[in-house]
Write a protein that binds this ligand. Structure first.
Ligand SMILES: CC(C)(COP(=O)(O)OP(=O)(O)OC[C@H]1O[C@@H](n2cnc3c(N)ncnc32)[C@H](O)[C@@H]1OP(=O)(O)O)[C@@H](O)C(=O)NCCC(=O)NCCS
Length: 431
């Protein structure tokens, strides 16, 4: 693997900060199986996951080989517990509004051992990750979060929202369109290549989605080693009337012990590249026999399901929560990389307490939706911290709420009109 980010040196500022605390920052040598496994085990422990089996470790070593793995060591404690902090990161295309995705710095596996929390380890690691991304010339960093209280302090803002669903399929009843394609069971081995292509197509068509790497794509179609109910995974593909693959669903059915007509169907992934495929796959689960409940999550906030069933109240959104968090590292490069659905000009005053990209910028959007951004001394129309710009970046309707909470001030209407997109951004996976 020759990705430039794999050989980028560790961030010396973070290393020095950790050294002062008696800790050591390193990049994991992934050719050293023992070191790789120790890092993977520390990551699992940090998220309260079970200790990965030998088979799970082998699979993760293979599927995560593209990532840059960073470790924090406490050399004063036994080596078996010595990794007390983890982060993984890699560069991958993030779909932004417009025709071209933007390479973003994706950050995952942020853990600090419970024995070493609240002593500033994450505070050293996160800005260090951002400096590495900046040095690599990337304009945006992004992550999904376990808790929404953690990352705002480093300039991330929530930029996509995800919905979770609970559906009573029999009572909901299908009234959506008749679909003319074909559904069929398949297997991960048979369908892996096609599913990867479908994921790329789906994700390139929607701002907020990312290009899934092997590990993340595999999780959409098959249980990874050690997954609960792995033997219950089912995979069904949808091909259009011409036989062209358009989507698939991965799901697990459990329960039914006390009432065999009342199983629960959990959707692992519902992937579609056309509205027909989306409807056909929803219909498939809504009309599933012996199922009393269907659950889904990481759907968009504009999922059409309520319009596809007779009784809207039987397709309940059980929650909507922040999902992707975006951190802009280079305002001109990021804002010029996306398209806009409305033309105009605005001067943004952006405050970045970490000093990556603050300043005053004029954004000029032409009639074709392309933008030019340059530094300016002109008076600002609108002011905001960098986290708010991160929230606006992918097109979410965040400006009114941010203004209401004092996190954008000035000409909110224009900034909202320029940044918001008709289709809300979405990220349909975790990373
Ligand atoms: C989140 C986590 C990585 C923070 O690591 P840490 O080294 O303890 O964090 P720090 O000591 O550097 O604290 C940084 C700041 O974040 C705050 N903070 C830390 N963990 C927090 C949490 N879980 N929720 C809210 N605030 C948190 C600290 O109070 C501190 O605030 P300050 O800047 O106002 O002083 C660690 O608690 C952890 O591993 N949690 C479990 C795994 C997890 O959820 N990881 C995040 C995945 S997205």
């Amino acid at each position: 693997m020759t990705e430039p980010y794999l050989s980028q040196p560790i961030d010396e500022t973070a290393a020095a900060k950790l050294r002062e605390a008696g800790l050591r920052l390193s990049l994991v040598d992934t050719s050293d199986t023992a070191a790789y496994d120790a890092w993977l085990s520390a990551d699992a422990r940090g998220f309260h996951a079970k200790q990965p089996s030998a088979a799970a470790l082998a699979q993760e070593r293979e599927l995560l080989a593209h990532r840059r793995l960073t470790a924090v060591h406490d050399d004063a404690i036994p080596a078996s517990a010595g990794i007390v902090g983890t982060v993984s990161s890699w560069a991958a295309p993030l779909t932004v509004p417009g025709p071209r995705p933007l390479d973003a710095w994706l950050i995952s596996s942020v853990t600090v051992s419970p024995t070493h929390r609240r002593r500033g380890i994450a505070s050293a690691l996160l800005p260090g990750q951002l400096r590495v991304a900046k040095d690599l010339g990337l304009a945006v960093a992004a992550l999904t979060v376990s808790e929404s209280t953690i990352y705002g302090r480093w300039g991330f803002g929530p930029s996509t929202f995800a919905s979770s669903w609970s559906i009573a399929p029999r009572r909901a009843g299908w009234i959506g369109p008749k679909t003319t394609g074909r559904l069929s069971f398949t297997t991960p081995d048979e369908f892996r290549e096609t599913s990867r292509e479908l994921l790329v197509r789906q994700n390139e068509a929607r701002a907020g989605e990312i290009r899934l790497t092997d590990y993340l794509a595999e999780r959409q179609i098959a249980p990874l080693e050690g997954t609960t109910d792995a033997e219950r995974y089912r995979l069904v593909r949808y091909d259009g009337p011409d036989g062209d693959p358009q989507g698939f669903i991965t799901y697990v059915i459990t329960g039914g012990e006390s009432d065999f007509t009342d199983h629960t169907l959990d959707i692992v992934a519902l992937v579609s590249t056309t509205p027909e495929a989306n409807a056909a796959l929803w219909r498939y689960v809504i009309e599933m026999d012996l199922v009393g409940k269907v659950r889904a999550n990481t759907r968009g906030v504009d999922e059409p399901l309520p319009w596809l069933v007779k009784d809207l109240r039987q397709a309940q959104i059980t929650g909507v929560q922040d999902h992707l968090w975006t951190r802009i590292l280079d305002v001109p490069a990021a804002l010029e990389a996306r398209r806009y659905e409305s033309s105009g000009s605005i001067v943004l005053d952006v405050e970045d307490s970490l000093g990556f990209t603050g300043g005053r910028f004029r954004l000029d959007v032409a009639a074709d939706g392309s933008a030019q951004v340059r530094a300016t001394e002109d008076a600002a129309d609108v002011s905001m911290p960098i986290s708010s710009l991160g929230s606006l970046y992918l097109g979410a309707s965040a400006a009114p709420g941010l203004a209401a909470s004092g996190r954008i001030s000035g000409d909110v209407e224009t900034v909202d009109r320029l940044f918001r997109t008709a289709v809300a951004p979405r990220l349909s996976s975790w990373f």
